[in-house]
Design a protein around this ligand. Sequence first.
Ligand code: UDX
Length: 455
Amino acid sequence: MKVCVVGTGYVGLTTGVSLAFLGHDVTCVDLDQAKVDLLSGGRSPIYEPHMDALLADSAERMTFTTDYSAAVPGADVVFIAVQTPSLPDGNPDLQYLRSAAESVGQHIDGEFTVVINKSTVPIGSSNWVDSILRESFERTHERRSDGEFSVASNPEFLRQGAAIQDTLYPDRIVVGSDNPRSLDVLNRLYRTILNQTFTPPTYLPRPAELGAVPMVSTDLASAELIKYAANAFLALKISFANEIGQLAGKVGADISQVTRGIGLDTRIGPRFLQPGIGWGGSCFGKDTAALIATSAEYHHAMPIVTAAREVNQMQRRLVVDRLLDELRILKGRKIGLLGLAFKPNTDDMRDAPALDIARMLIDRGARIRLHDPVAAERFRREQPELAPYLAGEVEEIFDDSDAVVLVTEWSEYLDLDWGKFASLMRTPVVLDGRHCLDPERLVKLGYRYLAVTGR
Ligand code: UDX
């Protein structure tokens, strides 16, 4: 099929390259010429495992352009995957979506095009996108549209760092539409994923346990709400683990054993109960804020989601509180942070806990050093005011430090020669922000081991 993808961020690029890999002809539009040039040369502007290999494998079926007229006319499916950053009131800023929809509307020219809004947007936005497309189509074509296009909602659930994996081997595909024809187009588009009949890339084998992928077909509003509800539920699961974790610390229980004990109940499940500094990234904070903002418009409160956000902020503050308890004075103390990305295997720092923690420590007069094995260069560009605190080598994080905080659980950090580094520190205090270091081992190596949640 002929596919157009507008926007080559995490979602757009992953969607485009995966569909091209599956045999569709994909044209990606991005207004950023530099990105288009990079991608046309086979290089990815973002760090994502397997992206370069999949780009190479799909190159002959992919085109990158800044020109809508080279991408939209004749497309069976147009994905709009542009950024929707948060506004101060929690609502997403829809200006990029509006202008993308206007451009798509101008260039739609074919028998039938399904337009899918991949950006996460407030419930009801599909109708809004539909009205923009319609206006723009009518203005350009000087006639009313006659069923040439239809808007569908097809939310993605991909995780950064596992984006391609999650696209090729999803738990489910959700499609919201009020037009049976769109449903048919999307069924054909995703057929080989739904049946898992494509030949997997050698570097990303199919998970052994994966059978056929269920398709959940709904009305537009339900599909839009599924996306928000899924992210809010995952966010509150983590915040719940953190809230119990705080209590565990107080009563002398071990939170890791507690989460294992509850997670083995199949009604709860073991995943997303990992306690620690809490969640960050581009989705959970933004989507929970948007959900609360939407519900406020309906005079509806969301106390559970609101509380999940509060617990998450508290976890970041607790890092500073724990250090204060231990060191008594933070002014002048040298504190190293391991990890800047919001989670391992990505260089994304949107809503990364490390940024908040770094600023809080600076406010208290601490001398901080920052390190990340992958995100450092991007950090230097995106956070110029914090860039002077970057360390070149991981040794500098430990050298003469009063404490080291593990903020992001990169495997490089788990495998450090912790014994050697203890001797570099002024006082060998380690605060495990992710509950992923072995306390007994670290204590044997001479560390004072602290956790954000728990003992
Ligand atoms: C998330 C959703 O998983 C995905 O379905 C959606 O499409 C986008 O948002 P992502 O933000 O890429 O994906 O990261 P994810 O792996 O879900 O982790 C989110 C945050 O939760 C990270 O900061 C991670 O460190 C934290 N986390 C996750 C925990 O603190 N504990 C856990 O048990 C799991």
